[in-house]
Write a protein that binds this ligand. Structure first.
Ligand SMILES: Nc1ncnc2c1ncn2[C@@H]1O[C@H](COP(=O)(O)OP(=O)(O)OP(=O)(O)O)[C@@H](O)[C@H]1O
Length: 585
């Protein structure tokens, strides 16, 4: 239960609801427990009639009175049970909501490294299945425990006052029932975990085959994919059948034990009645109802134990994530000025997971309003420079200074808000094109969205779709071409109107003519803003104020286009190669 202590703060938050819930539970039990006593009353009235002590009219009126009382107690008990669920189960839903938000907020704070170390499936499971299991503890487990305790205490008092001996025989099989249910619940949980694993394997498999459907079709491997699916589905079916076998034992076991208790009550109660130890046959009827009332709560003891164990394991997994300190922390909460002066001073950076030294002593300066282009072979460290400017990682050695302040001393939110980043793989959400463009500036007007799209040279494409800017993208909607995606992503960054624009090879899927137009527009838009363009094309770099060439994490060339085409090296070679490609077209 150590891990579940994390929930105490929530129980405290909802203590009023919980206390009301507990009181209602106890009162509801008291009302429901009137029924067996009134049933006994009915027997007593009839027995008295047969002894000829009272008239039929009196019997009728007394029976009517008892029946009305039974109905009244059942109605009140039923209404209170409804409110019991409404209070306690609702509290568990509130806690589930709070816990999901707490985990999600933590996810948002954690750095990229965390996402590299943990699989998406795991992250999703913590916030869905694990929270679901914890909710079972915060709601049903607590409700059934209070219910069982309240019922037990009240019933046992009633039973002992009616017949201590009969009480003993009645409750004898109940602990056995509880242990059996506990064992069954554990086994059910074990097998259902396996079933869940197979279900997630199946969904990952199908999801991947749908996402990669064009590759599957192009290679003609549909038959093989179907065979793989069938094998996996067959294994999943076996596991489901294994689970059903154990589940099938649940109710027969309950019925067997209830039956045994009932027989014991009838036998022992009957013997006591014959021996005159109990005064009315009604006591046997009363006890039979008690047995049936107690069976389910006692069965839940085993079930609740298993729920608590599962919740403890789930909360442990959740706590592991909640305890992780974000590697990148916001060290300054106050306002820090960011205009766009950036300096790299002898920066070294290694990726933790691969141990790759991606940057080795990189130094350069960019003044506010300047445009620099970074070129270099694949894997030379270009994207890493952009990631470091956005402080997605902290440097190992050296420093990055923005507006004369070390980057880690800037207000992190302000830093990221002043950056418009266009990644290498444009990511668009399954929503309308308009919402995707407005991602960085929710308050933008439709005219501003259109202006941004025009500058990114994608407006003409968008208006050709039936629904224009309201066209839905992604799984539910249409798929954009690689170049269109890149341009929507550029429009998103333009609309944000940031101090710093970072373009990571984002014109690679665009033809050179469109590239030229976009660059001319960017030139106008980026007046007064700092822009960094990562590219493999000289055409994207040639107008920059400064060009940096990286090789294996080091700057090997630096200067303007005019200067670099006169010096032997990577840039000149690339220039000549791309020039000859263009002339031969
Ligand atoms: N997230 C990461 N985790 C681990 N290693 C990485 C990561 N990103 C990049 N690397 C490694 O760091 C080095 C530099 O990568 P980077 O992405 O900065 O190169 P790049 O010049 O942008 O390449 P490209 O032109 O192909 O985009 C490469 O060797 C790469 O394998």
């Amino acid at each position: 239960m150590i891990e579940l202590r994390h929930l105490n703060k929530y129980f405290l938050k909802y203590k009023t609801h919980l206390i009301i819930g507990i009181i209602i539970t106890i009162v509801a039990r008291i009302f429901l427990l009137y029924t067996p006593r009134y049933v006994k009353e009915i027997f007593v009235i009839i027995e008295t009639y047969f002894k000829d002590d009272i008239s039929i009219a009196t019997v009728k009126s007394e029976l009517m009175e008892v029946i009305l009382l039974i109905i009244g107690a059942a109605i009140i008990g039923g209404i209170l049970t409804f409110f019991m669920r409404q209070t306690i189960i609702n509290v568990s839903r509130y806690i589930e909501f709070d816990l999901k938000n707490e985990i999600y907020e933590q996810y948002q704070k954690l750095s990229l490294n965390f996402y590299k170390k943990n699989r998406t499936g795991d992250l999703m499971n913590r916030i869905t299945e694990d929270v679901g299991r914890v909710r079972m503890y915060a709601g049903p487990a607590i409700m059934y425990s209070i219910n069982t305790i309240a019922l037990f205490v009240i019933v046992i008092i009633y039973m002992i006052s009616a017949s201590p001996k009969l009480t003993l025989y009645t409750i004898l099989p109940l602990p056995i029932l509880s242990v059996i249910i506990y064992k069954l619940s554990k086994e059910i949980h074990k097998r259902s975990t396996i079933v869940q694993e197979y279900l997630s394997k199946l969904s990952t498999f199908t999801q991947e085959s749908f996402s990669g459907i064009s590759v599957i079709k192009a290679y003609g491997i549909e038959p093989q994919t179907s065979v793989n699916f069938k094998t996996l589905a067959a294994e999943s079916k076996e596991k489901q059948i294994d689970l059903t076998k154990v589940q099938a034992w649940f109710f027969p076991m309950m019925i067997l034990l209830i039956g045994t208790s009932n027989l014991l009550v009838i036998y022992v109660g009957g013997t006591q009645y014959i021996n005159g130890e109990i005064e009315s046959i009604g006591t046997i009827a009363e006890f039979i109802i008690y047995v049936n009332m107690l069976t389910w709560p006692v069965a839940t003891v085993g079930w609740v134990t298993s729920i608590v164990q599962q919740a403890e394991a789930s909360q442990k997994r959740i706590n592991e994530f909640l305890k992780i300190e974000p590697e990148i922390k916001n060290n300054t909460k106050t306002h820090t000025e960011i205009t766009g002066d950036i300096s790299f001073r002898d920066v070294y950076f290694t990726y933790d997971d691969t141990n790759i030294l991606a940057l080795k002593g990189v130094s350069f300066d960019i003044k506010q309003g300047e445009t620099i282009a970074i070129l270099g072979k694949t894997g030379s460290g270009k994207s890493t420079i952009l990631d470091l400017i956005g402080r997605l990682y902290d440097v190992d050695k050296g420093s990055i200074v923005v507006n004369h302040t070390a980057i880690d001393q800037l207000n992190l939110n302000e830093l990221r808000n002043s950056i418009g980043y266009v990644p290498q793989d444009a990511f668009l959400f399954s929503d309308s094109i308009k919402v995707n463009i407005k991602f960085g500036n929710q308050d933008a007007t439709d005219d501003e969205v259109i202006a941004a799209a025009k500058n990114a040279q994608v407006h003409k494409n968008i208006i050709k779709f039936n629904k224009g800017y309201d066209t839905v993208l992604g799984e539910r909607g249409i798929t954009l071409s690689g170049g269109q995606k890149q341009r929507v992503s550029i429009a998103r960054a333009i609309l944000k109107s940031p101090k710093i624009l970072l373009f990571d090879d984002c014109l690679s899927a665009v033809d050179t003519e469109t590239e030229e137009k976009i660059l001319t527009n960017l030139n106008k838009i980026s007046k007064g803003r700092t822009s960094i363009i990562v590219s493999h094309r000289v055409s994207s770099a040639k107008n920059a104020d400064k060009i940096i060439v990286l090789e294996d994490g080091e700057i090997v060339q630096e200067g303007t286009h005019e200067k670099l085409i006169t010096i032997d090296g990577y840039y000149k070679d690339l220039y000549l190669k791309q020039l000859s490609e263009n002339t031969s077209k």
